[in-house]
Design a protein around this ligand. Sequence first.
Ligand code: SF4
Length: 281
Amino acid sequence: MREITVEQITEVVKTLSIEAACDLPRDVEKLLKEAVATEESQFGKYSLEKIVKNVELARAEHAPMCQDTGIVVVFVEIGQDVHLIGGSLNDAINEGIRQGYQEGYLRKSVVEDPVLNRKNTGDNTPAVIYTELVPGDQVKIQVLPKGAGSENMGALKMLKPAEGLEGVKDFIIKAVTQAGGNPCPPVIVGVGIGGTMDKSTLLAKKALAREAGQPHSNPAYQALEEELLVEINKLGIGPQGFGGKVTALAVHIETYPTHIATMPVTVCLNCHAARHKEAIL
Ligand code: SF4
């Protein structure tokens, strides 16, 4: 049994929180730079050039690339042969967020009660934490700060199985259309299909943790991702909603077996500030 201390977890989460805010992953940056070359609309191209410049400045200055540094979603894969020692995993993750947001001068955006008082917790905790047991003796931590502008434009629908693939495609396109310029496009479109209502939503969020533009391993879903990307980019929403060819950088689909009588579909959008960082302990 391999031992990992919760202090190690805190340290890693702190570092990832700051890095995520200030250093957009190269996979997303690469797609943004390709989009500059692809975009034909004058305002769309101008907007993309500014986005890329902002990414470079944030990295050089070690400053957040957006004022909304998000509520932090954390995916933790824990190897079955790992023994976490020294305290609670959730407390350790939240301590990492607390330290990262304090030391990185990142905006604290979390309120303690969603309806009744909406009082800021003051340290951007708690994070939204998902843990999964996996084979092995390592711990993988993925940190995704999620801005509200894109999060607010997510959509879920419990489709009837008879609506089929066309129904799925139609719902995804409608969700992106209705989102318009609100999620700060170009977006990455996370799609979860199957399972239950809650599972499809988790799948859609997990889809955003994938390397940007990495295709689905199943060729049929890969083809669907490509088809949807083409259709979404015909909508004309364009970078920051200024109109143009590049509304989305990628479509990521995740699926799970489901009940014979249901077909849940969730769309979770990530803005161009598609921040995600990970580490393996
Ligand atoms: S949607 Fe993204 S880019 Fe737009 S304000 Fe929110 S975090 Fe920033």
